[in-house]
Ligand binder design. Sequence first.
Ligand SMILES: [Mg+2]
Length: 271
Amino acid sequence: MAKQLRDIEPIRPLLAHRPLAVFSDIDGTLAPIVPDPQDARVTDRARESLRDLMALGVGVGLITGRDLAKAREITGLPDAWYAANHGLTLSVGGVDETPEAVHDFLPRAQAVIRETAGVESVGVSVEDKGPIVAFHYRRAASPEEARAAIEAALNSSAAAAAFRVHEGRMVVELRPPLDVDKGTALEELSRRMRAGAVVCLGDDRTDVDMFRRVTAMREGGTPGASVAVESPEATDEVMDGADYCVDGVAGVEWLLGEIVRALRETAPSGR
Ligand SMILES: [Mg+2]
């Protein structure tokens, strides 16, 4: 079970390692969950702290289920590194990368969208994320009915069979069946940053892959800590999977601010 972070002390030993990498999910972690996912935005306080971290030489990697363009729009951080679409698309030092294997799924995803168009009549919003299709049912009058309609539509869609089904907070997602997840993305970005230590933050079940990866990296000699964001929707899997927890997006803002402060205290220039 994740321990509640009440001060920065448990994290402080990690801050002595260079380069330090901070990896974070976006929705529900840096950006409050809102009724329409299109309206989500990273809070000003979180964005400022992430900018401060980058200015202090910290590698900032945003690891999200969103597509790259939307991730950049929500964060307002063009200079950060990204693993978008759950790691299927990377942006490393300003260069965007999509693996060859992912390209095949672009037309198949379009076919899924055509074949499942009926779900919109029960309040489901269908999001086209390139190789991924997301069915959001948060705004449906009856979320249970909407979720059942999504399941039925997917069962009758031939194109959907080529994808793997994942579930998140009020969302069903079809992703290419590739062995890529937020955990493999974290390790890849971390490797390319040559990270000396890692802190990661997330609120949802897909973030548990990051938490597990941080644990594995720690066992392999790279110090790190995982932090779960507590919310009324956080599952036991999320809360059990992380080393520490903070309360909501406000807790994340607090923690990022504390890391900035601690790094400034130890910076040679005294900034
Ligand atoms: Mg999230």
